[in-house]
Design a protein around this ligand. Structure first.
Ligand code: OOG
Ligand code: NI
Length: 445
């Protein structure tokens, strides 16, 4: 059993297949990919040092490829099933995001590669949300949702067969992997035929647009894909110049010399024709769910750095309603967040990977703290990139794609333990992963 295909390779094939499927289903997404390719090429031309550093890390080849996508599942059984499906392609649950605080009846995790080699081979990941059915206030509607969800099967028999084979033998042959990808793709395909009649759709929609999107269809259609941009401000401006309805504000921190965490924006979800099951026949309707997003990542922050980030973001929260003023307010508020990698490091705000300076190759190092050795020019400290998501940003992305979504906070307890029970696994702690990476680099010295 040595001829298994590495999970990273299965993920690579799967993410390319998802991209092709989504471009065919949502043509405007193809335009977004075009904008990303154009603005990335411009950014590289304008900054030879950036080009050289990306080339050195082998990142130019898949520069414009998708970095993540998102789905929404309806039940604990569905969540644990997709966890097993994603494990076949080397994706594991990291982080817990409670979105009820932002008025969304879901909580989420990110299925992602956990080590650096895997990330550099294929960085694709899936942001996955689970419906909190208890947050549907109306008891009859809640029961109706439960029955509909219990009656659907989101993974094909073929995909299930390969998931079980993977679990039994610890891998898949190349032939099996190829069939698995084709079968797995079916779970995320768009289905224009709703599972419900028009009146039922309207009732779920009135409860929350997200509930209608999750409950009324055959499965968890991929609702967006997200390529990487090297200049999110330029890409956003280009979307607007081309007349694409872009989200009004870029989520996350402002533009900075030393980028931190994650900045994201999207084009707004399209209204698409669907068919309801009405009486003996079908009736026509429309549903708004699918969009395209872009992301730009920066350095991963320590808990201390995150706390400072959250505190500053909270100060400008009220200004979000005014899209024109928001970028300036955001930038002004973040003026007190250090914007120099050396300060981020010495103040313990961000994570770094330490290595011997080229001049010390093969020579022993004197004793001293990593910071002292960096100051002495004996070590280099390279920022570790943030590979996770941000709850406030995620809520902003959700909301801008659910027109007139209910804004009031849902008074639900954050329940990571319930989520993990549904998942059938624990969500890994992102901070733990970054710290382990930093410590391993120091250990190796
Ligand atoms: C997920 C929205 C969150 C992100 O990048 O923060 C997200 C969804 O709309 O299902 O994808
Ligand atoms: Ni996203």
């Amino acid at each position: 059993m040595t001829n298994f295909i590495p999970p990273d390779e299965i993920r690579l094939v799967f993410s390319d297949a998802m991209s092709a499927m989504y471009r065919a289903e949502v043509p405007l997404y193809g335009d977004l990919l075009d904008i990303v390719a154009t603005t990335n090429a411009r950014a590289l031309d304008a900054d030879p040092a950036l080009r050289a550093s990306l080339a050195a890390r082998g990142e130019l080849g898949r520069l414009n490829a998708e970095r993540h996508g998102a789905i929404r599942v309806g039940t604990p059984a569905e969540l644990s099933l997709v966890r097993r499906l994603f494990a076949v392609m080397g994706l594991h649950p990291v982080g817990y995001y409670d979105l009820a605080a932002a008025g969304l009846p879901v909580h989420s995790t990110a299925f992602r590669p956990i080590d650096n080699d895997a990330l550099s081979r294929c960085a694709f990941r899936i942001f996955c949300s689970l419906l909190r059915i208890d947050l549907i206030a109306d008891a009859d509607l809640r029961e109706k949702a439960r029955i509909i969800l219990a009656g659907r099967q989101i993974v094909t028999d073929g995909a299930l067969h390969f998931i079980e084979k993977f679990e039994q033998y610890g891998g898949l042959s190349s032939e099996d992997a190829e069939s698995f990808v084709l079968q797995a793709l079916e779970t995320f395909r768009w289905h224009g035929d709703a599972l419900v009649d028009h009146a039922t759709y309207d009732a779920f929609n009135a409860a929350h647009r997200l509930v209608a999107d999750i409950v009324c269809f055959r499965g968890p259609h991929i609702n967006h894909l997200t390529p990487r941009t090297l200049d999110i401000d330029a890409a956003q401006a280009e979307m607007i110049a081309r007349g694409i309805r872009a989200k009004s504000v870029i989520e996350g921190p402002p533009r900075r010399a030393a980028p931190i965490l994650l900045r994201q924006t999207s084009f707004q979800a399209l209204e698409e024709p669907i068919r309801f099951r009405d009486g003996d026949g079908a009736s026509a309707g429309a549903h708004t769910a699918r969009f395209g997003e872009i992301e730009q990542r920066g350095i991963a922050l320590t808990p201390r750095g995150h706390d400072l980030y959250d505190a500053i973001l909270a100060e400008v929260e009220a200004a979000r309603a005014d899209a024109g003023d928001y970028p300036a307010r955001l930038a002004a508020a973040f003026a007190r967040f250090p914007d120099d990698p050396a300060i981020l490091r010495t103040e313990g705000l961000a994570y770094f990977h330490y290595a011997r300076d080229a001049s010390r190759e093969g020579k022993p190092l004197p004793s001293g703290s990593p910071d002292e050795l960096v100051d002495a020019g004996l070590l280099t400290a390279t920022p570790i990139t943030y590979e996770d998501f941000l709850p406030v940003s995620a809520a902003g992305i959700f909301r801008s794609n659910l027109s007139d979504a209910n804004e009031e906070r849902l008074s639900a307890r954050s329940s990571q333990s319930e989520f993990e029970a549904a998942l059938g696994a624990t969500c890994l702690d992102p901070f733990g992963l970054y710290l382990a990476q930093e410590e391993a680099s120091i250990e190796a010295l």
